[in-house]
Structure formats: C-alpha cells, structure tokens
Design a protein around this ligand. Structure first.
Ligand code: CNA
Length: 238
C-alpha cells in the first residue's frame, strides 16, 4: 500500500486535468451509509427492497411510504465533508483537478468547496413542485410531514434521479467530456454496478486510471493502480 500511495502522489503532482469519479463510499466517513456495504441500506430489512422504494413508479404510487424512507434514510442532516471531499476541493483550487463526477446526492463536495461538480444522480438539496416547478430546500422537506406539498397543492419531488428515470443529458455530456480529457482518473468509493454511471469509466483514454475501493469492483483489472482500502486512509496521505 505504501508504494501505491507514493505512485498516486507522483501522478497527482504531475496531473494537469485530474478527474475524480466517486460514489457513496466517498461519504461513508461523513456518517452517510452507502447502499451495498455490509452495513449499507441494501443489507437492512424493509417492507420493500430499497431499489423499489426509490423508483419513479413507486414514488408516484406510494409517495407517503417513499417519503418516510427518504426522510429517515436518504436525507442526512448535520453532515460535514470528510478528508476526501476536502483534499479534492484543495486540488481544484490548486489547478490540478478539473472536475468531480459524483453519483452522490448529498452535496458534500460543494460544501467542501468544490465548484466543478457533475452530480449524475441529482441532489437532495434541491426539491421542486411537480405542478408549478417552484423550488424548495432540503430543510423544508425534512421538516414536513407525510408528502410535502407546494403552496399550489402540487407534490414536491426531490431533484434526485430515481430508478427508471433518465440522467440529465447536459450533466452526462459534461461528465463524459471531463473524463475524456482527463490525464489522471481516480475512481473511488463506488461498487461500479449502477448504470449508466459506471460505464463512464470507459470514456477515459489515458493510462493513469486509479481505483480506490474497500471492496472489489468489476473494473479492478482495468485499473493501472488499484487500492482496496478506506478512502480516508489514502487521502490523509495526499
Ligand atoms: P454502492 O453500490 O453502495 O457502493 C459503495 C462502494 O463504496 C462499496 O463498494 C464499498 O466497498 C465502498 N466503500 C464504502 N465506504 C468506503 C470507504 N470509506 N473507503 C473506500 N471504499 C468505501 O454505491 P455506488 O455509489 O457505487 O452506487 C451508486 C448509487 C448509490 C447512487 O445512485 C447514489 O445516489 C447512491 N447513494 C448515494 C449516497 C450519498 O449521496 N452519500 C448514499 C447512499 C447511496
């Protein structure tokens, strides 16, 4: 691990267009559970599988149940960026990092100071009325009871990409463009099993693909450098 981190340090110091592509594992050290780790949401028992609850059709069919789950499990309060978010923001400021592409919906990269962030799956911080389009913040949804409603009577929906929904085309295009031009691509804290996001890795054309994840992923053999460990352990040394 020591020599791998040294290699990573060298690559980062030589990078001009580093891109970081992350997932839920980036925020577990801020106290937000991921989906697929042993203590993740997919290994807890609910009345319906989480994939069902956070799908578009379920949201329309049973918004009250959706919101009970969403408020308790997916809308974090008082969470702070961890060392990984902070180092990435610093790299952007220093001119090394050109973009963060994230599958996360928690807004922690921006809270740490990152500016160029492609949020492939949206953000819990933005919510909108499905009838009139008015925007509401996360606190409004958190403090509401049952299904949050707009003043106009419409149902408020989180600006989060649910299963069965399409990703924003402009966000996807921006993320692909950044990854295509990256000299170093760090992929981290993601099981690389959710598509189309996971497929973005295939747009990278360089030879410094770094994968950092606690568990194995289907893309481990593609990486030029692969570390199986906690992100904090690595980023504290960078
Ligand atoms: P996932 O499928 O739950 O995978 C997470 C991966 O991260 C696992 O393979 C873990 O081994 C790894 N991991 C967890 N903690 C660490 C750590 N500290 N250091 C290194 N590796 C770690 O999550 P993906 O992001 O791959 O799946 C995509 C889903 C998860 C997206 O749609 C997200 O919206 C969704 N999600 C987001 C959040 C969030 O915004 N914080 C939380 C939970 C789920």
């Amino acid at each position: 691990m020591h020599s791998d981190v040294e290699t990573l340090k060298t690559w980062v110091s030589e990078a001009k267009r580093l891109v970081f592509f992350g997932g839920a594992g980036v925020s577990t050290e801020s106290g937000i559970p991921d989906f697929r780790s042993v203590d993740g949401l997919y290994n807890q028992k609910f009345e319906y599988p989480p994939e069902t609850i956070i799908s578009h059709s379920f949201f329309l069919r049973n918004p009250a149940y959706f919101y009970n789950f969403y408020r308790e499990k997916m809308l974090p309060v008082n969470v702070e960026p961890n060392i990984t978010h902070k180092v990435l923001a610093r790299w952007e400021q220093e001119g090394t990092l050109s973009a963060v592409v994230t599958q996360n919906i928690d807004g922690l990269h921006q809270k740490a100071g990152s500016k160029k962030v492609f949020e492939l799956h949206g953000s819990v911080l933005r919510n909108y009325c499905m009838k009139c389009g008015r925007f509401y913040d996360a606190a409004y949804v958190k403090n509401s009871r049952g299904v949050p409603l707009c003043d106009c009577g419409g149902i408020i929906k989180p600006d989060v990409v649910l299963y069965e929904e399409a990703l924003s085309e402009s966000c996807l295009t921006g993320a692909i463009g950044a990854i295509r031009q990256a000299d170093v691509l760090i992929v981290a804290g993601t099981s690389l099993t959710v598509y189309p996001a996971a497929g973005l890795i295939n747009y990278y054309r360089g030879n410094r693909l770094v994968l950092i994840n606690r568990d194995e992923t289907p893309y481990d053999s593609y990486a030029n450098l692969c570390l199986h460990c906690a992100l904090g352990e690595v980023f504290r040394q960078l």
